[in-house]
Write a protein that binds this ligand. Sequence first.
Ligand code: PMP
Length: 301
Amino acid sequence: MGASLPSALVDLVGNTPLISLARIAAHVAPVEIYAKAEWFNPSGSVKDRAAWNIVRTAIQSGYLTPEKTLLDATSGNMGIAYAMLGAALGYRVHLVMPANVTPERKVIMNAYGADMTFTDPMAGSDGAIEKARQLYAQSPDAFFYANQYDNDANWLAHYHGTAEEIWRQTQGRITHFVAALGTGGTFTGTGRRLRELNPKIRLISLQPDSPLNAIEGWKHMPTAIRPQIYDPALADENIEIATEEAHSMARQLAREAGLFVSPSAGGAVAGALSVAERLKEGVIVTILADAGYKYVSERFW
Ligand code: PMP
């Protein structure tokens, strides 16, 4: 075999490994749990999939042109993904986020050269969404408003990518898909396609148990602006996860599986295990949205 050719950065989005959580899930055997290691994406999270599909679609349809600035509200990972793509492809990026996002995230977005507007932490991610809408309304010609919450290219990234990968990597054996809701893109897109591939697959969405949760990237749907791309009828079941459960599982994954992952990923595995505990057999797949590096300043480790 000859040496492989170099890839463009965007070609590294997706096709992440599926990791067996056999040790963590030993007590639920013969139920199997697997997780998509989404920090293998080039900016380090699952959001590269949505960001790249949104950017690619906008370039193809002429909405994003070199003189425009990509604008969006983001809790962090999507902003990092946009900022990376902007730097790699030569577009300016302007991100709106609550002022209390972790310092690590601000440093990363700044390193990629993105502009940032900070909103009132008390207004949460909805405050950032309102501010982004306002900025766009003031200067519609200056911006491409990517609008990850309402943009079909978000969930379609998972419909064409994540779902097909999971189907292939489990040889069609998956019985349950468990994933958290942020914009709902991951759950909606992956869930829709998996259900087409096998109508018997159970789809379980995860949400924080309170609007005051501290699981970065997750949305408490009953109290938030509902994303247009989120289809509440899709899930067979919704499970609520406490912040402490997510933190505790993130610690356990580091120590017992060698996986240094985020509270989001910890919460996802906690959800997958609670599904597994009720089953006699099954193949559960969940999403480890990002690694732990962006959360090192948090106290729970
Ligand atoms: N986990 C983390 C860490 C995230 O940043 C996000 C995105 N907000 C999610 C989960 C949820 O992903 P989605 O937006 O596709 O629902």
